[in-house]
Design a protein around this ligand. Structure first.
Ligand SMILES: NC(=O)c1ccc[n+]([C@@H]2O[C@H](COP(=O)([O-])OP(=O)(O)OC[C@H]3O[C@@H](n4cnc5c(N)ncnc54)[C@H](O)[C@@H]3O)[C@@H](O)[C@H]2O)c1
Length: 431
């Protein structure tokens, strides 16, 4: 099938390259000329494991191309996917301007039947608003091309994006009619034939499902973080408690890791959007407000713990391992590390950081490796659970550091093994 994907970001590039991998002819459009230039040269504008090889293979096979020419791309495609950004505004409401701009382009340039499919996470009702935008543009042109709209929520996890796109646990599509249902079933057949469920709903239900999924995942994280606090007060180990409840299949073990809170471009934005939607309809979504409040507090607990051991941080060397909001991505959007760095700066700490990918956070000293950042440090804080931190040589770490305090914001170590090496090891919700 001929497909255009608008947006060459985390979602757009994964979507475009996976559709190409499935044998479709895909063009990926972005308004960022530099990004497109880079992609044409085979350079990646972002880090996602496996993406570079995937893109190169499909470009070579002439199934995937990159362009800023939205007119040509729309004219040549039957399926138009929209994976542009919906960044949070000041009040954290998603800004849908980029999505509306793509809808306008679709109305301006369509030359026959098309389906406009939104993958960006949008406020409920946006897909139908885009239908009106497209219709208006067609009326201006005085042409009556037929088209359908659909909402196909994206559930990929950064760091696992390609596998999640090709092996999703479900595909959900909100549609309005049989024609689009038939074409989208054909598109996803290579995945569905492997046993993955494809579920069609109405458009609004699909839009709500995306928000509901992220709201529920965030609720699990805040729940376990709240319980971690309780464990610290009354005794108990949160990891055992999490396993103990997670083994119940009604609960499940995933997203039950106590830590320094969720970050990234999606969870906070999506929860805030759902809270806002509820408010607009005179419903106070108290549960989600609590989830957010707990998460905001959670981002500060590690520095509070640090201050309880080292009350004055001025000129004390603090090493940070990990900056990105999760491992296997370069994404710093809403990363807890940013808030922690701000707190440490307020206390005038001497901050040395190491992240396997990010080397560009301002006003801190970046080291080339983890031990380099930890050299002569009074304390080490672990902020992202990159694999390479899990197997660090603890003896070398002990020899490199000046102090012996490890504050593990992700509970990556076996506390007994670390304490045996002489560290004062403090995790989240563990004694
Ligand atoms: N990142 C994730 O893990 C994830 C997961 C699920 C859903 N989502 C949702 O998917 C959407 C995209 O997220 P992302 O992280 O890929 O964003 P991103 O910021 O990485 O990429 C968005 C891209 O869209 C481009 N763009 C903006 N306006 C355009 C236009 N008019 N035409 C063509 N390109 C345009 C931008 O230049 C940018 O390259 C968001 O709504 C997000 O909430 C993201």
């Amino acid at each position: 099938m001929n497909i255009v994907v608008f947006g060459a970001g985390y979602v757009g590039l994964s979507t475009a390259s996976c559709f190409a991998e499935m044998g479709n002819k895909v063009s990926c459009v972005d308004i960022d000329n530099n990004k497109i230039k880079k992609l044409k040269k085979g350079q990646m504008p972002l880090y996602e494991p496996g993406l570079e090889a995937f893109i190169k293979r499909n470009v070579k096979a002439q199934r995937l191309s990159f362009t800023t020419d939205s007119k040509k791309a729309i004219e040549e495609s039957e399926l138009i996917f929209c994976a542009v950004g919906t960044p949070p505004q000041k009040d954290y409401q998603p800004d849908t301007e980029q999505v509306e701009q793509v809808a306008k382009d679709v109305g301006r340039y369509m030359n026959g039947y098309k389906i406009f499919i939104i993958k960006s996470t949008v406020p409920v009702g946006t897909t139908q608003e885009c239908k009106i935008i497209i219709q208006k543009e067609l009326s201006k042109r005085k042409v009556g091309h037929e088209f359908d709209i659909a909402f196909n929520p994206e559930f990929l996890r950064q760091g696992e994006a390609l596998n999640d796109t090709l092996n999703p646990n479900r595909i959900i599509i909100g549609v309005e009619g049989e024609r689009s249902k038939k074409l989208l079933s054909k598109l996803y057949y290579p995945i569905v034939r492997t046993g993955k469920p494809l579920m069609f709903t109405d458009v609004r239900s699909a839009e709500i499902t995306k928000y509901a999924a992220n709201a529920f995942l965030s609720t699990k994280i805040s729940f376990i973080n709240e319980l971690a606090h309780l464990c610290e007060k009354i005794g108990g180990n949160i990891q055992d408690v999490a396993k103990g409840i997670g083994l119940d299949p009604r609960i499940g073990c995933q997203f039950l890791k106590a830590g320094i809170g969720y970050g990234g471009s999606c969870l906070k934005k999506d929860i805030q959007a759902l809270i806002h939607h509820a408010k607009k309809h005179k419903h106070e979504f108290k549960l989600l407000q609590a989830v957010e409040d707990i998460n905001e507090r959670q981002k500060t607990v590690l520095v509070d713990k640090l201050l309880s051991y080292i009350p004055t941080l001025e000129n004390r060397k603090i090493a940070l391992w990990g900056l990105t909001f999760k491992p296997k991505t370069d994404d710093m959007r809403d990363a807890p590390s940013l808030q922690i760095i701000e707190q440490l700066k307020m206390h005038k700490a001497d901050i040395h950081v190491y992240d396997p990918i990010r080397k560009d956070v301002p006003d801190v000293v970046h080291s080339v490796d983890s031990l380099g950042a930890a050299k002569d440090a009074d304390a080490l804080m672990i902020l992202t659970e990159w694999d390479e931190f899990k197997s660090v040589d603890l003896k070398k770490l002990k020899a490199a550091m000046k102090g012996n305090l490890i504050l593990d914001g992700r509970n990556i170590y076996d506390k007994k093994a670390v304490r045996k090496e002489g560290f004062n090891y403090i995790g989240i919700g563990i004694k």
